[in-house]
Design a protein around this ligand. Structure first.
Ligand SMILES: Nc1nc2c(ncn2[C@@H]2O[C@H](COP(=O)(O)OP(=O)(O)OP(=O)(O)O)[C@@H](O)[C@H]2O)c(=O)[nH]1
Ligand SMILES: [Mg+2]
Length: 310
């Protein structure tokens, strides 16, 4: 086992795509063995720039990412992409769609693209994405793009893993942006009005400019279809990175991420340990008492906590 971890991590550090894909599958399945490999990789992480690309379904996130990959490659940057699939409720074909659009880049060994499925609402997905980011970082990818659909707690948690968040909007959302202002201001560093080739593109762009005139958020008009605005977007991302490194916000953001990560691992570990100590029988007993209205959930928790001496 130790040998396997060492071998796998060695191959990942060399940029081996198969080794990375294999570790990501373990991560996705919640396989505890993945943690052993991640431990050995950790010292080699911390260099990549992690960019969240989020927005409503169909705004053109995957298409934009496709263009961004090409432009980053032109700038001699290596790229990793993690796409969080919308649940099959939205569109069962999303994975295939992403694959087809990003197909050209599959032939480029400096680009790694991987989709992660959303599985029922626990925080498991954001843990998996966080770990997958470490894998790409250890492979020495310069830039890691993480595509998420901008709804739901899971997705917000994932956006919070990024060093910078790009929110993608489309012209048809023009009337909604006023109502979205507070939400956008909270998560976005850069707003992209994609599909600027469509009617209403200019108006939406102007409206956003006016709405965010007083803030630090950059507004970019782009068309993934026509490959326009992509250079401005990358330049704006670079500028943001330089600025946030300069004023210390990048470093603060990282400390916040590490704190969150340690607390979430700590919580996971403590809860598992405490559950074990309390024991299933004691828990079942309290649940039965609650069902019979002989106790209430609050007193039941008091009772259980007392049992482990807290
Ligand atoms: N006219 C126009 N259409 C675009 C543009 N970018 C993307 N599209 C189209 O919009 C549709 C959705 O594009 P995607 O890139 O799959 O959008 P997405 O945001 O990744 O979609 P989900 O992952 O399902 O949320 C596709 O039919 C694209 O061809 C653009 O700049 N202009
Ligand atoms: Mg997509």
């Amino acid at each position: 086992m130790i040998f396997m971890s060492a071998e796998l991590s060695k191959r990942i550090l060399q940029g081996d795509v198969r080794a990375a894909a294999s570790l990501m599958s373990r991560i996705e399945n919640g396989d505890a063995k993945a943690k052993a490999v991640l431990r050995t990789l950790y010292a080699h992480t911390g260099r990549a720039h992690v960019i969240g690309v989020t927005g409503a379904a169909g705004t053109g996130k995957s298409s934009l990412i496709d263009r961004m990959i090409a432009e980053y490659r032109r700038r001699n940057k290596t790229v990793g992409v993690l796409a969080v699939d919308p649940s099959s409720l939205f569109s069962g074909g999303a994975l295939l769609g992403d694959r087809i659009r990003m197909r050209d880049h599959f032939l480029d060994d400096k680009v790694f693209v991987r989709s992660f499925a959303t599985r029922g609402g626990t925080g498991g997905l954001s843990t998996a994405i966080r770990e997958a980011i470490y894998v790409l970082d250890a492979m020495a990818k310069d830039v890691i793009l993480v595509e998420t659909i901008g709804v739901g707690q899971d997705q917000l948690e994932i956006a919070a893993l990024a060093h910078l968040v790009v929110v993608v909007l489309a012209p048809e959302m023009g009337d909604e942006v006023q109502a979205m202002k507070a939400g956008l201001a909270e998560i976005a560093d850069i707003l992209v009005v994609n599909k600027a080739d469509l009617p209403g593109g200019d108006a939406t762009f102007e409206r956003l400019k006016a709405l965010f005139a007083d803030g630090d958020i950059s507004i970019i008009a782009a068309s993934a279809l026509r490959n326009e605005g992509i250079q401005s977007l990358l330049d704006s991302i670079d500028k943001h990175r330089t600025r946030s490194l300069g004023n210390g916000s990048y470093q603060r953001n990282r400390l916040r991420l590490y704190r969150q990560e340690v607390l979430s691992l700590l919580r996971e570990r403590l809860i598992a340990e405490w559950e074990k100590r309390i024991g299933g029988a004691a828990l079942d007993k309290q649940i039965k008492l609650i069902a019979e209205r002989r106790t209430d959930p609050y007193s039941a928790v008091d009772e259980l906590v007392k049992k482990i001496g807290l």
